[in-house]
Design a protein around this ligand. Sequence first.
Ligand code: GTP
Length: 190
Amino acid sequence: KWAPAPSGKGELLLPRPQAEGDCLTLLPCKPAGLFNKVVTVDGMRVKLQIWDTAGQERFRSVTHAYYRDAQALLLLYDITNKASFDNIRAWLTEIHEYAQRDVVIMLLGNKADMSSERVIRSEDGETLAREYGVPFLETSAKTGMNVELAFLAIAKELKYRAGQSADEPSFQIRDYVESQKKRSSCCSFV
Ligand SMILES: Nc1nc2c(ncn2[C@@H]2O[C@H](COP(=O)(O)OP(=O)(O)OP(=O)(O)O)[C@@H](O)[C@H]2O)c(=O)[nH]1
């Protein structure tokens, strides 16, 4: 239940709440959740076990243990919140230090439906993703835009890696995402 803080500092102990009652008042009181999602990839059912950090990332209290063994990491920022975007660099640095070397990383700019409150341009997300060589999508949990695609792309990449053989055509997750993604409409026409 208790684990060292990130960045290797070690001495500060932070809670990993497992249930509502485990929380401290200054720390997020929602338990980090585990969810299963099944996606069908080329006729094969792939079960993804998804760990939602449930707000702990805002307190930088997501410990290495949360993502050290993960095969894929979805990094989300909120397109209406600059701080959430600015935090992504720190997480990418941390992930490169502590996550598995071949972890699949995807950058998602969420709340794409909230165009009137947007402060992070789509191009800014694209530029950051390109800098780190990761696929990028803008998503909306409200409308569902690109949500299935994000999970499908991850599942395809993991399935490809698991069964990689010389005669199988190579799968490029960034190309796949670029070819499939829906873009949020920028303008309204009267
Ligand atoms: N319009 C809109 N609202 C969203 C979207 N995603 C989440 N929200 C809203 O934003 C608020 C926060 O959503 P959460 O899913 O709790 O966000 P979170 O970052 O996971 O928060 P924690 O669970 O505390 O980490 C809620 O009111 C959601 O309804 C989205 O894509 N569009």
